[in-house]
Design a protein around this ligand. Structure first.
Ligand code: SAH
Length: 361
């Protein structure tokens, strides 16, 4: 049977387990039925409630009346020389966001977006130029993963997820947490908590709330400067949550054994890449359980910044290693297709097709 979504039906993708439990109890169905439906949808990829043969007819018809299945529609794929693919995703109101699939020998990582645009206005980030258009729903967040996975060959399916695309995940708190719960739930998308990383510019109050969610996923923090004056200039959020407040939050943040935070540090020539910067950075991070990812700046046309020379990047890294930090230079992926960190801005893409999201059954 074909399901036509109407305004009154809800997208099943993104509906939380808790919300479904509540609904099922209202409908007088057992709680374990939720897991049965999840298994059909997320493990067997069924998009038709009527085919869910271990459910009663009445539950199947209740579900069909209340829910439809909608995914973001892949509008365009851009292939990078390094094998990465940038996906332009069209949402049901015609907005577009980008997701980037990055293959390596050991993993296939999807970098996904959490907002259309962003309101944090970091001066080195292209997404900032869009401003915030709107938050994504939980369905639109996990939908990027499901839509990309559906078209990949078995051996290319996504193993790791990074919330490092367009937007600030913790500025879209509720939907991001709902999406994460569905992603890591063994009943739903079954992604290991070790393989999911949420990157934040350091919204300290939200980080405190987030740690209480007890999701055990990895957190990456975009530090990007070693002193407050520079960080104020690069990331205006620093005026609200300066470096000392952010570092204090990280020191108190409970971590599971063997886990560390990731500190991201975008290297900008002549701005934050000096020996003195490396020394100050090491001081700040002295008692923070972390590894450091150094990201040489990825340029774009309108930018006033440049990446440092390779020699400078290596010297910066070496100093940190001498101080006993694990410091990595993040290999830039998909730079040739503007698919790298801070290069995502899907605004210019013209939407020519029917701006309804793809409805599958
Ligand atoms: N808002 C979140 C996630 C999106 S940005 C955050 O701030 O963490 C993901 C990462 O890309 C951040 O570490 C950010 O500092 C970095 N980044 C942004 N623009 C960049 C650019 N042009 N070159 C390199 N890294 C960039």
């Amino acid at each position: 049977m074909k399901m036509t979504p109407t305004i009154s039906t809800q997208n099943f993708f993104g509906t939380s387990e808790a919300a479904l439990q509540e609904l099922f109890s209202e409908w007088k169905f057992e709680a374990y039925r939720v897991h049965q439906v999840f298994t059909w949808v997320y493990h067997y990829h069924s998009r038709d409630f009527n085919a869910m043969t271990n459910l009663s007819k009445s539950l199947r018809s209740q579900l069909s009346e209340h829910f439809h299945f909608a995914l973001p529609k892949i509008q365009q794929r851009t292939h990078s020389k390094d094998g990465s693919i940038k996906y332009l995703m069209e949402l049901n109101d015609g907005s577009v966001v980008e997701s980037v699939w990055m293959p390596s020998e050991s993993r296939k990582t999807l970098c996904l977006s959490t907002q259309v645009g962003c309101r944090l206005n970091c001066s080195f980030c292209l997404t900032a130029s869009l401003g915030l258009k709107r938050n994504l729903t939980a369905a639109e967040i996990i939908g990027q993963h499901i839509a990309v996975n559906e078209e990949l060959k078995e051996e290319d399916r996504i193993t790791n997820v990074v919330f490092m695309g367009m937007g600030e995940p913790l500025d879209n708190y509720g939907p991001v947490v709902d999406a994460l719960r569905l992603m890591i739930s063994p009943q739903a998308m079954k992604v290991s908590t070790r393989k999911v990383t949420v990157s934040t510019s350091g919204l300290v109050e939200k980080m405190k709330a987030f740690q209480k969610e007890d999701l055990s996923i990895n957190l990456a923090i975009s530090l990007n400067a070693s002193d407050n004056a520079t960080r104020d200039r690069l990331m205006p959020i620093n005026k609200k949550y300066p470096i000392e407040v952010l570092i204090d939050c990280l020191k108190k943040y409970p971590l599971k054994p063997q886990r560390r935070h990731t500190i991201e540090y975008v290297l900008l020539a002549g701005i934050n890449d000096s020996d003195a910067d490396a020394e100050r950075l090491a001081k700040w991070l002295k008692d923070v359980p972390c590894k450091i990812n150094l990201i040489p700046f990825n340029g774009f046309e309108q930018s006033e910044y440049r990446p440092p020379s390779e020699q400078r990047v290596l010297k910066f890294q070496n100093y940190l290693i001498e101080q006993n930090f694990s410091a990595f230079i993040r290999q830039n992926r998909a730079t040739d297709i503007l698919g790298a960190c801070g290069q995502l801005a899907a605004e210019s893409a013209s939407v020519t097709q029917d701006p309804m999201s793809q409805v599958v059954q």
